[in-house]
Design a protein around this ligand. Structure first.
Ligand SMILES: Cc1cc2nc3c(=O)[nH]c(=O)nc-3n(C[C@H](O)[C@H](O)[C@H](O)COP(=O)(O)OP(=O)(O)OC[C@H]3O[C@@H](n4cnc5c(N)ncnc54)[C@H](O)[C@@H]3O)c2cc1C
Length: 385
């Protein structure tokens, strides 16, 4: 792979993983990131942005050698996943039923990004363009070039756009998106609890939207509260003590005492790029698709994009670039669309007040809980196994 040059725009979790896997294969990587990336302090309070990483994502991070560099006091393995509709049966997934130690891990996004960057910094074949923004992209028949705001021009055989949901690369390539807002927002609340580290994540579905609990390392936890933008605005305007009261009154019952440490609100938007590539520019991660976060699949899908593109670049290097990018889109687009649609069906179904829909979803949850191997197969699919 020596001397094959690739530009990666965006050094978030998806871009940094792409850059690292390709650099480890010998590609020369030009990594453009507009914001500074720092290793967080191990004793700092937990960041609001956390993700549930599937077994497949964990394996991929382990393959690059970075998983072992995550501090233990920032990682939480979860063995149980429970979901139910308010006042109805629980659907319970347990790692022991699958013969696994855990169903996945919950960690802060910034720590995953930081350990990937630490590994990138050790490689000679990665060239960093930090605190730089992209001004233009020029597609040529045999190369692509990126122009930066410091007037630098970089040439390579491929440009991998990992610049997130509002991708500038996607806009510069005039690639449209199918998008809609869910008319809901999602509030993230970090707690300090009075109990030991927990190992079950759960989600209760309500007509106002889901309410979820994610355990974090040690006595920390994250709550996810979906509601109308008006309600979320009102909740975010409260101080931490007032918010605690509202959680005790309105959120599903928590069986521990806690202190609210941090809070923030995020709009929910579904986007899907109409094309995954144009010329020598290819979209990965949130630049290509965003999904309702209710099942914690967003970055896991992004990591699957990365795995697919890296495998094609390494094992099908004889293919012309347009054919290779077509294969990437053929493998990834239907899969991402299926996952987006499944989440939307679940989300819309869970909010419906129609009694027939209500009866149906209760039956589905009850049936799923008693479906034995089928239930475990669904879980394994979600874990990427
Ligand atoms: C509330 C919420 C909860 C979520 N929970 C989960 C979960 O539990 N599990 C899960 O799998 N997913 C979850 N997700 C989704 C997950 O957070 C995203 O899918 C993931 O962060 C996307 O990573 P990315 O690297 O593609 O994009 P980003 O994280 O957006 O990174 C993009 C990077 O590109 C840089 N950049 C942007 N523009 C430019 C430019 N012009 N030039 C240079 N650099 C640029 C940015 O600075 C950034 O570093 C959640 C999302 C939300 C909103």
């Amino acid at each position: 792979m020596q001397n094959r040059e690739i530009i990666v725009v965006g050094g978030g979790m998806v871009g940094a993983l792409t850059a690292l896997l390709l650099a480890q294969q010998g590609f020369v990587i030009h990594l453009i990131e507009k914001s500074p990336v720092q290793v967080p302090d191990e004793d700092s309070p937990f960041d609001l942005r956390v993700s549930a990483f599937s077994a497949q994502s964990q394996n991929l991070l382990a393959q690059t050698g970075v998983w072992k560099n995550l501090p233990e006091n920032r990682l939480c393995a979860y063995q149980g996943l429970q979901t139910w509709e308010a006042g109805s049966h629980k659907l319970i997934f347990d790692s022991t039923e699958l013969g696994m130690d855990s169903l996945g891990y919950i960690a802060e996004n910034r720590w995953i990004q930081a350990v990937l960057w630490q590994a990138l910094k050790e490689l000679d074949n990665v060239i960093f363009y930090n605190n730089c923004a992209l001004l233009a992209i020029h597609n040529h028949s045999d190369s692509v070039s990126a122009v930066l705001d410091n007037q630098q021009q970089i040439n390579a055989e491929l440009l991998v756009a990992c610049d997130g949901a509002n991708s500038a690369c996607r806009a510069m390539m005039n690639i449209g998106v199918s998008a809609w807002g869910y008319r809901q927002q999602c509030m993230l609340i970090n707690l300090k609890t009075d109990c030991e580290q927990q190992n079950i994540t759960w989600q209760e579905f309500r007509e106002t939207g889901p309410c979820a609990f994610l355990p974090l390392a040690e006595n920390n936890a994250s709550l996810v509260w979906y509601h109308s933008p008006e309600k979320i605005k009102q909740l975010t305007s409260l101080n931490n003590l007032q918010l605690k009261k509202q959680i005790q009154l309105q959120f599903p019952k928590l069986n521990f005492d806690f202190e609210v440490v941090d809070k923030g609100a995020f709009p929910l938007t579904r986007r899907h790029a109409q094309q995954y590539s144009k010329g020598r520019v290819v979209l990965l991660g949130d630049a290509a698709h965003t999904i309702n976060p209710l099942a914690g699949q967003g970055v896991n899908l992004g990591f699957k994009d990365v795995q697919c593109l890296v495998e094609l670049l390494v094992h099908s290097s004889d293919l012309p670039i347009d054919k290779l990018l077509q294969r990437y889109a053929l493998q990834r687009k239907p899969h991402n669309l299926l996952m987006q649609s499944a989440m939307d069906l679940f989300y819309v179904g869970s909010k419906s007040e129609l009694s027939i829909v209500r009866m149906f979803r209760k039956a589905v949850l009850f049936g799923a809980q008693n479906s034995g191997q089928l239930k475990n197969r669904v879980m394994k699919y979600a874990m990427g196994l």
